[in-house]
Ligand binder design. Structure first.
Ligand code: HEM
Ligand SMILES: *[C@@H]1O[C@H](CO)[C@@H](O)[C@H](O)[C@H]1NC(C)=O
Length: 330
């Protein structure tokens, strides 16, 4: 008995305590205002840049929201998404799941402005998180208290993109399990899909629901509208043919998405499934009825997504240029 107790006076016990303390210190966590002492103006500079970009190209804000999803869903919120193909790195952006993603070049404006004030201090992973937060506000969505302190990966996970991010026509069971795996619960998953109240979908992701036969779950007039938007059954993915997600408030993050999908006017198969699957439909109805409830769940869900498995402490690095790991940067 006595041999298993840790006597504070014993030398071995002291070493053990030191060891435990060391691991605890090494395991830093995200916190609100992580940069307040390290780079006090960091969050203001990011907000200024996101606002300026939004004024010039409104859809940048839409991209920042999608970036958070595609970065955090693959392994970790670690800016692996932003790495470009070079030497041993294959970009996650080359995956078919990243189809339609845009505005990556403007991330550089944000990072450069931050670097000017505080070199090598603010991570690209935090820029993804904070630009998403600020973009959501510009798009009329809720104000979210985003934590910071993420660090950047030193590799890309291109081979894991397709097994992490669901496809437009995957089953709701698969979608739910993918989100569950990264700590996003059922209700939060329903809320996150509300991001599809902004932006667009290219015809390549819609035509399977129109040709050769119209998907019978589509509302008939909406199907006719989509056929006019996408007249070619085999569109060239390079053609800029698309439909907007929300025809009424296309640039506002709101609960209109849920109203649309309940009327079977969604664009993607997963949007339609969300409205009809017995597990998700009660939440879809609640969100369609109550925008405040949607905002509250959307905020909670964005936080869960943004906190997936971050690199912290001395893990990873702070990239200088978000497109390259430091050892590949010129
Ligand atoms: C089951 C999960 C999801 C699937 C299968 C999915 C799939 C897609 C697809 C196929 C597009 C259209 C791409 C194109 O044709 O250009 C799209 C657009 C978009 N998605 Fe998702 N998505 C999902 C979840 C999410 C989540 C969780 C978010 C953010 C929180 C999000 C944000 C967006 C945004 C903002 C756009 C519009 C992008 C633009 O206009 O540039 N999506 N999504
Ligand atoms: C889903 O769509 C892709 C094309 O984007 C297609 O290759 C695949 O067969 C479809 N899967 C199902 C289950 O319909």
């Amino acid at each position: 008995m006595a041999t298993t107790t840790c006597k504070p006076t014993s030398y071995m016990c002291f070493l053990l305590l030191l060891l435990l303390l060391h691991f605890n210190l090494g395991k830093s966590q995200l916190e609100v205002n992580y940069y307040s002492s390290r780079c006090p103006r960091a969050e203001d500079i990011i907000k200024e840049q996101v606002t300026e970009l939004y004024k010039k190209h409104g859809n940048t804000a839409v991209s920042w929201l999608r970036n958070l999803f595609h970065d955090c869903m693959v392994k970790s919120c670690d800016a692996s998404l932003l790495l470009e193909t070079v030497e041993e790195v294959v970009s996650e952006q080359a995956s078919s799941r990243s189809f339609g993603m845009r505005n990556f070049k403007y991330v550089k404006s944000i990072k450069d402005a931050v670097e000017k004030e505080c070199p090598m201090t603010v991570s690209c992973a935090d820029i993804i998180a904070l630009s998403a937060r600020d973009g959501i506000v510009l798009l009329g969505g809720p104000t979210i208290e985003m934590k910071t302190g993420r660090r950047d990966s030193q590799q890309s996970y291109a081979t894991e993109v397709e097994s992490s991010i669901p496809n437009h026509n995957d089953s709701m069971s698969l979608v739910l399990s993918r989100f569950q795996q990264i700590g996003v619960d059922l209700e939060a998953t329903v809320a996150l899909l509300g991001a599809h109240s902004v932006g667009r979908v290219h015809c390549t992701n819609i035509v399977q629901r129109l040709y050769p036969q119209v998907d019978e779950t589509l509302e008939p007039e909406h199907a006719q509208y989509l056929k006019r938007r996408c007249p070619d059954p085999n569109p060239n993915p390079k053609d800029v043919q698309y439909s907007r997600n929300d025809l009424v408030t296309p640039m506002i993050v709101d609960n209109n998405y849920y109203k649309n999908i309940l009327k079977h006017k969604g664009l993607l198969t997963v949007d339609e499934e969300l409205a009809t699957d017995p597990r998700t439909s009660p939440y879809v109805k609640k969100m369609a009825d109550d925008n405040d409830y949607f905002n509250q769940q959307f905020s909670r869900a964005i936080l869960l997504l943004s906190q997936n498995n971050p690199l912290t402490g001395d893990q990873g690095e702070i990239r200088k240029d978000c497109r390259y790991i430091n050892r590949n940067a010129t």
